[in-house]
Ligand binder design. Sequence first.
Ligand SMILES: Cc1ncc(COP(=O)(O)O)c(C=O)c1O
Length: 428
Amino acid sequence: MAMATSPHSLLLQNPTPTFLKNPKLPFTAVPMTSTRISPTTTAKPMSIKCAATTTPIQDLRPNPPESQDRVFNFAAGPANLPENVLKKAQSELYNWRGSGMSVMEMSHRGKEFSSIIQKAESDLRTLLNIPQEYSVLFLQGGATTQFAAIPLNLCKPDDKVDYLVTGSWGDKAFKEAQKYSKPKVIWSGKSEKYTKIPAFDALEQTPDAKYLHICANETIHGVEFKTYPTPKNGLLIADMSSNFCSKPVDVSKFGIIYAGAQKNVGPSGVTIVIIRKDLIGNAQEVTPVMLDYKIHDDNNSLYNTPPCYGIYMCGLVFEDLLEQGGLAGIEKKNKKKAELLYNAIDGSNGFYRCPVEKSVRSLMNVPFTLEKSELEAEFIKEAAKEKMVQLKGHRSVGGMRASIYNAMPLAGVEKLVAFMKDFQAKYA
Ligand SMILES: Cc1ncc(COP(=O)(O)O)c(C=O)c1O
């Protein structure tokens, strides 16, 4: 329906207030005064006049879920978020649940935000079945900061640690660890352009290594551990930034799991650390307070001002994942999407290629190239015209990469696969 006058568009920015859901309320009752509206309050007199008062209310609401103005975003991160989560955040943006404030305006020590962070933690614990002996920390600084925080908290400067390097992120973690410990790369996939993961049993581990570090899913190269190694001393540390909450994980097998939120569970700015409690409290003396797990654990992630809005968004995503039935169901959906895409690549008679060994192909990040590499720019351009964006591969590897995190609907992958077939028919 065409809108009669522009003030209606103001209504459309907040899709779910109660007054819009109640068809008996007249449009002349749109509040734009200083009083904020709780989703539960009824309408009050308003200051905006709307020209059309006879149009049925439901016609004025934004498009239903798969709205026409959204693209399929295949970015590696920050990445797409579930549409219903965005809409819920939109509906609560101006006035969070009758508090008269946005989450962005709340004291991080107030009762409202306390309830938000506690619920986020509790839902994450349920999702991942996190044992009580583990702390959950909501931190800042990205996963990159954890590359330093981990050796600083777990090692003395001369302690030995092992790194299994299956891609660029594992390599960066190793390099940072060199400043605070004595790390050794026990295997690197660099010479094979990071397309493999080795059989762990055949590798020689450093006998007294304090821990083994892996990157569970290499976002740039698209290689993912399907089973996890058991290091000699039992302490496994995993960067799960790009497959966090994409499938169930046995947390008890890890000393630390850490992840930046911006791929699967929220916006950038939040880093989640799940750490076995007995590993906390031994940081090197030089450790800055912001990197000391004990400081954050003792203060329930509120030592300083946390990324409140990001934590709130992560909480909405956790709620959404639970509502979908938890991580086993999510994994099934992710497998289906990935299978569809890999089958399209493998079934293209070499027109498309994925360099990664089949057994370790990522369910989250699918890198591929074109046999006729001169067509890659055209592929990306034409896909963007069809509202499929961010398909360019990482600058270090080139080609294409489709990141298909939890929030990418099956319809997005189906559309991409159909586009790939059309593109092949046109240019093969
Ligand atoms: C697997 C992995 N580890 C670490 C990082 C670095 O994360 P951040 O930019 O949040 O520091 C990324 C970012 O893309 C990543 O994909």
